[in-house]
Design a protein around this ligand. Structure first.
Ligand SMILES: [Ca+2]
Ligand SMILES: [Ca+2]
Ligand SMILES: [Ca+2]
Ligand SMILES: [Ca+2]
Length: 415
């Protein structure tokens, strides 16, 4: 056995080869050991990158024009997230249509629906999600009581009769984890937030007027509204295109301090973030009826007064009347989702006959931040709001919209 040529040669190799060659072999051996796991890692990384390519699958819940906005929530407590729009809720996963209230017929080229920004909240604290719906601008906001699987229409309750601002909506103003209604009180012209009930024994919404009478942004057709911490004191403030109200220690205290600011023209939802990473909060907004998605860079002038320099993000399409701010690709940087609000002014806005596109804009922060546009769809667009939520619970953010083209769910896929 000892004369086995292979064994002999291996013994000879170890014993007889000169030292420099051994060093050489050892180096290459170590390099090989190092290279194997590295290439395995590279392969794994490639797979992750491939997995990271984002597409969206479109589901058409209806092609009827029933609402300008949509809400989501598990209506029937089966663990699946349903869609609520206009007079209906659509049951996941088949999207079977159920009536919440008496439907009306709306025409895309003649006017609007009675359902703008909507939300699910357990208003009466019975463990079932109710449907909260802001109507036509300047009109009523209602909540519809979930009948807990019982047949028939849901009982409607009025929250307030005159809610102004076309982006009046649902924001967690007091930071208790539950959305509040924020909009104008069009009767007084005061920017107001409404806190949902905190006890089933008292179902009135607490009304907190944060502005003086006839304040900016409270008219029925005012454009532009958002919640964001503009002064970075940990308390979210309320912004309109004319400026922002500073949240006091107790947000239930009325009459917040107003800071005038030029935040551009008629827009949709507004969001605050430090886009250029220089330590101060900037603002992003999109044109409601014309052309432009912008960010407003906060700077200080010589007197130390904040200035807002406008930068264009995109002019690819008009009527960006809904702007969501969410991290679509889960890279830690909040992206934008918007699209065309088809026929927002019945054919009178610029570009109204162009395709109703839906896009997400991938945000890349830096001294000069950029947004990479990604087209999602060409036959839907947005309404007055865009819902971004993981509706099918696979940890990927999805997009849900309702508008004059119908009601749509776009589920994110990674390939
Ligand atoms: Ca603040
Ligand atoms: Ca900044
Ligand atoms: Ca992102
Ligand atoms: Ca999802």
């Amino acid at each position: 056995m000892i004369n086995h040529p292979a064994l002999l040669s291996s013994v000879n190799f170890k014993i007889l080869l000169p030292k420099p060659f051994l060093t050489y072999a050892l180096t290459w051996g170590l390099l090989a050991v190092w290279l194997i796991p590295t290439s395995a890692l590279a392969q794994k990384k490639d797979k992750r990158l491939k997995k990271g390519t984002i597409t969206f699958t479109k589901q058409v819940l209806t092609k009827e024009f029933i609402a300008e906005g949509v809400a989501v929530g598990d209506v029937n407590k089966d663990g699946r997230i349903d869609v609520l729009a206009g007079a209906y809720w659509f049951e996941a996963p088949t999207w079977k249509k159920h009536e919440i209230t008496q439907p009306e017929i709306f025409y895309y080229d003649k006017g609007y629906s009675n359902a703008f920004v909507s939300q699910t909240i357990d208003v009466n604290l019975d463990g079932w999600l109710d449907y909260v719906r802001i109507g036509f601008p300047g009109k009523e906001a209602l909540w519809f009581e979930n009948p807990k699987q019982k047949e028939g229409h849901w009982t409607a309750h009025t929250i307030h009769n005159t809610v102004g601002n076309e982006s009046a909506g649902f924001f967690d103003v007091d930071g208790d984890g539950k959305p509040d209604l924020l909009g104008g009180n069009s009767t007084t012209g005061q920017m107001t937030w409404f806190k949902p009930p905190i006890s089933p024994d008292n179902l009135t919404w607490q009304e907190v007027a944060i502005s003086k009478e006839k304040g900016p942004g409270a008219e029925p057709f005012s454009h532009g509204l958002g919640l964001g911490d503009l002064n970075k004191d940990g308390r979210p403030d309320v912004m309109v295109k004319e400026g922002w109200w500073e949240a006091p220690v107790n947000p239930l205290q009325p009459g917040w301090t107003f800071h005038p600011a030029n935040l551009g023209e008629a827009c949709a939802q507004m969001h605050a973030y430090d886009f250029d990473q220089d330590g101060d909060q900037d603002v992003v907004a999109s044109s409601a009826h014309a052309l432009g998605i912008w960010w407003y860079e906060q700077t200080l002038n010589e007197q130390g007064t904040p200035q807002w320099n406008r930068h264009l993000i995109s002019e690819a399409f008009t009527q960006t009347h809904g702007l969501a701010f969410t991290d679509i690709n889960a890279d830690g940087n909040p992206d934008l989702v918007t699209g065309k609000r088809y026929f927002a002014h019945m054919g009178k806005d610029p570009g109204e006959y162009e395709p109703p596109v839906l896009y997400w804009f991938e945000f890349k922060p830096g001294k000069n931040p950029t947004w990479v546009p990604h087209l999602i769809d060409t036959d839907s667009g947005v309404g007055v709001h865009v819902v971004t939520q993981d509706i099918n619970q696979d940890n990927l953010i999805d997009i849900i919209v309702a508008n004059k083209k119908g009601v749509f769910v776009f589920t994110q896929q990674r390939k």
